[in-house]
Design a protein around this ligand. Structure first.
Ligand code: ATP
Ligand code: MG
Ligand code: FE
Length: 342
């Protein structure tokens, strides 16, 4: 089954063609980051308008790249949520319009199921069941995945998501949005011994997270150095390093707990923060000690992309799932509400 996937939930226009037999045929992405940078974050109205501009040319491009006749697909999948409602509407209406024109089925899929299954696009992908750590701009969740659509939430952030914490800490250090890669770069030059930031909620049992205290801790450290006139380049790098170490450590401790608690030996890590190199090093070391294994998406499929949506669409459309005539845009949509396709 060959599926066109469309992702427009936030500030990335992503499209891809996925074939169940041949794998990924083509994909393309337009990131709006440059446009949002001057506002310090994503402006929803600007995001929707830009998806309108970019989406059709990107779709034309991937049919051309794949050498496929335009419209020669067996179905279309689009992100139906969660995300910004106006941005979601662009993908949803385009998908439904094309599906009507090409007379193929169309299905709205869950953005986080896309992130969760993005490692399935890799040669080395996990079998079910596995533990998934979803760490993105809007989510930090530990999920027990028994099969496609069988998701049991083990724990999640009670406040900020890990990616959001990276973005906020970056802003405190006057780094541009999105902050994750910026903090990671600055942290390279940081001295890990100078500051030790807290590992929130690791001293008690459970698999929930909280990153707002760490955010406050970072702000206090920045202000203190600033007041003392000591916030130089090295101090900023040391703070970035302490912050990154604290987030990575916290995530590793909770993943270890989830593996031990369930007895599972496979860990999937996905979403934008899974691109973080230090986090991957720590996780790889932790799973190696447990004779377990960690799986990640390739770098560009950690953040938002069309390939993960095409992949989920191919699985669910093949099982007969499809939208009726009405398109769907669901800003809030818990992952655990998903079901196994019949
Ligand atoms: P969601 O998927 O929850 O709706 P989103 O789509 O905005 O949110 P993603 O696109 O998956 O999230 O990821 C973006 C986030 O990942 C940003 O918060 C960004 O700072 C973070 N991020 C990206 N690269 C890195 C990195 N190398 N280290 C840490 N964080 C990173
Ligand atoms: Mg994004
Ligand atoms: Fe995302």
């Amino acid at each position: 089954m060959r599926v066109l996937g469309i992702e427009t939930s936030c500030d990335e226009t992503g499209v891809a063609l996925y074939d169940s037999e041949r794998g990924l045929l083509a994909d393309a992405l337009y990131s709006q980051i440059e446009m949002h940078i001057e506002h310090g974050g994503v402006v929803p109205e600007l995001a929707s308008r830009d998806h309108v501009r970019r989406l059709i040319p990107l779709i034309e491009q991937i049919f051309h790249d794949a050498g496929i006749e335009r419209g020669d697909v067996d179905g279309i999948a689009y992100t139906a949520g969660p995300g910004l409602v106006g941005a979601l509407m662009v993908g949803a209406s385009t998908a439904h319009g094309l599906a009507r024109a090409w007379q193929v089925p169309v299905l709205g899929v869950h953005h986080m199921e896309g992130h969760l299954l993005a490692p399935m696009l890799e040669e080395a992908h996990p079998d079910f069941p596995f533990i998934a750590l979803l760490v993105s701009g809007g989510h930090t969740q530990l999920v027990e995945v028994r099969a496609l659509g069988d998701y049991h939430l083990l724990g999640e952030s009670l406040d900020d998501a890990a990616g959001e914490a990276f973005d906020k800490a970056a802003r405190m250090l006057s780094l541009p949005y999105p902050g994750g890669p910026q903090i990671a770069r600055l942290a390279e030059r940081g001295n890990p011994q100078r500051f030790r930031f807290p590992r929130p909620m690791t001293d008690r049992p459970g698999l929930d997270f909280s990153f707002s205290g760490l955010k406050t801790h970072t702000l206090t450290a920045v202000r203190k150095l600033e007041a003392a006139g000591e916030l130089d380049e090295q101090a900023r790098a040391d703070i970035a390093r302490a912050f990154e170490e604290a987030v990575a450590d916290t995530l590793v401790i909770k993943c270890r707990r989830a593996l031990d608690q369930t007895g599972l030996k496979r860990l999937v890590v996905a979403g934008g923060v899974s691109a973080n190199r230090r986090l991957r090093e720590r996780l790889d070391a932790m799973v190696a000690k447990r004779e377990a294994r960690a799986f990640y998406p390739r770098g560009r499929f950690c953040t938002d992309n069309g390939a993960m949506i095409a992949y989920v669409g191919a699985q669910r459309l093949a099982a007969g799932e499809r939208d009726d005539t009405s398109l769907r845009a669901t800003p809030r949509w818990p992952l655990a509400e998903l079901v196994v396709p019949q």
